[in-house]
Design a protein around this ligand. Structure first.
Ligand code: CMC
Length: 392
């Protein structure tokens, strides 16, 4: 008891004031610093979005050039950090590796961990945005047994990531600009999403004054779950399991069955009770990528399109306002680009790092913020006396 409300899952509790991201879940609107997500994804690039999230305004040409330059100065990781990878089994999930190596950054950069110094906060932010693609690509290379590929700083953010993932020594690798453009869009769509579970985790960890790199590692850990960032992986696995359009009704029935825990992965959202605006752009990007790669009849896409059609007309889904979310089409797109399923959530973490660090910075700079400390409703035993072990 006490003067507080019980709100499991924080469905009606605001934990902070924020000026970064606005969502109108009923209308299907998503704005970063006031700018609609579709305009940023169609017309901008990822580093511009990261700048916008961090600083609150779109950069001028000079500011953009300076920011891009600073980020590319930080893309390398310390050679000693590369040794962490060797401690993992080759079949480790790359998210397990990412949690560890992002956390390990906290042991490397002592000149950017004084959270009260705005300059150090900014260097920590840039280091994270710059190094996360390198760390993510290294996790991929490690699990497939290939040597790490160093960043190529004359490439765009997404193109450099493709290069680090798919270039092989002694072979010419040219980044396909259409794929780089699609990946840049995917990163923009995933960059921030206000106070979701992983962002709230980053803020909660940061509220104690913890090391910023360690706070982002906490966000990566939270994102891993299938109800959150792990959903893109789960959605693709589900489409593979369904396999063909004929099997869809069986899975729809399972999803509607109250006694069956099965859910249609990539459907439903805590905040969107309308079509997820990110899913719309994702669907188009998916078509662009498949067309570019000459994939005409992808059975997974057929299943996805049909599943969406059926679900959008089914009273269960209509009543519960369950629409496809961003993860529904992102899996098919990433798979077509050549990424293994186990890397999907890693790509999400890579993109979301820009939002996490912007939210962390906003929290640190907010004088109203104090250490996060939820209350509880105690439902355990009342006070009782200790019983010695021979009497139990
Ligand atoms: N398939 C079938 N039924 C569903 C689904 C689904 N995907 N999602 C929700 N429901 C039902 C649920 O059973 C419940 O029914 P009832 O009221 O009869 O008990 C009702 O809809 C409300 O669900 P909820 O779990 O109370 O809603 P929530 O806001 O807690 O959950 C969610 C949101 C995203 C966790 C959930 O919709 C879900 O598990 N979806 C599948 C996983 C997924 O795609 N997650 C990605 C989210 S978007 C990316 C991100 O933000 O990380």
């Amino acid at each position: 008891t006490g003067a507080f409300t019980y709100d499991p899952g924080f469905t009606s509790t605001a934990s902070c004031e924020s000026q970064i991201t606005y969502i109108d879940g009923d209308a299907g609107v998503l704005l970063y610093r006031g700018y609609p997500i579709d305009q940023l994804a169609e017309q901008g690039d990822f580093l511009e979005t990261a700048y916008l999230l961090l600083y609150g305004e779109l950069p001028t040409k000079a500011q953009k050039a300076d920011f891009d330059n600073r980020i590319t100065n930080h893309t390398m990781v310390h050679e000693q950090l590369t040794r962490f990878y060797n401690g993992f089994r080759r079949d480790a999930h790359p998210m397990a590796i990412l949690v560890a190596v992002v956390g390990a950054l906290s042991a490397f950069y002592h000149d950017s961990t004084d959270i009260h110094d705005p300059k150090q906060r900014m260097i920590a932010s840039m280091r994270l945005i710059a190094k996360i693609p390198t760390l993510a690509a290294m996790a991929y290379k490690y699990t497939i047994g290939q040597p790490f590929v160093y960043p190529k700083n004359n490439l765009s953010y997404a193109a450099n990531f493709l290069h680090m993932c798919f270039a092989v020594p002694a072979e010419e690798y040219k980044v396909n600009p259409i794929l780089a453009d699609a990946l840049e869009k995917i990163f923009i769509l995933h960059a921030d999403h206000e106070q979701n579970a992983s962002t709230s985790t980053v803020r909660l960890a940061g509220s104690s004054g913890a090391n910023p790199f360690a706070c982002i590692a906490a966000g990566v850990a939270c994102l891993w779950g299938p109800a959150h960032g792990g959903a893109n992986e789960a959605a693709l696995k589900m489409l593979e399991e369904i396999g063909s359009v004929d099997n869809i009704p069986k899975y729809i029935a399972k999803a509607k069955d109250k006694d069956d825990p099965f859910r249609l992965m990539g459907f439903g959202h805590r905040v969107y009770k309308n079509y997820d605006p990110r899913a719309k752009i994702m669907q188009k990007t998916c078509h662009d990528v498949l067309t570019e790669l000459g994939i005409k009849d992808d059975p997974l896409l057929d299943v996805a399109v049909e599943l969406e059609k059926i679900a959008l007309h089914d009273p269960y889904f209509i009543e519960k306002k369950l629409y496809p979310n961003i993860d529904f089409y992102s899996g098919i797109t990433l798979k077509a680009m050549g990424f293994p399923t186990s890397l999907f959530t890693v790509l999400f973490a890579l993109a979301r790092t820009s939002g996490w660090i912007a939210q962390w910075k906003e929290m640190i700079e907010d004088p109203a913020q104090k250490i996060g400390r939820p209350r509880q409703l105690y439902t355990g035993a009342p006070q009782r006396d200790y019983v010695t072990i021979d009497k139990r």
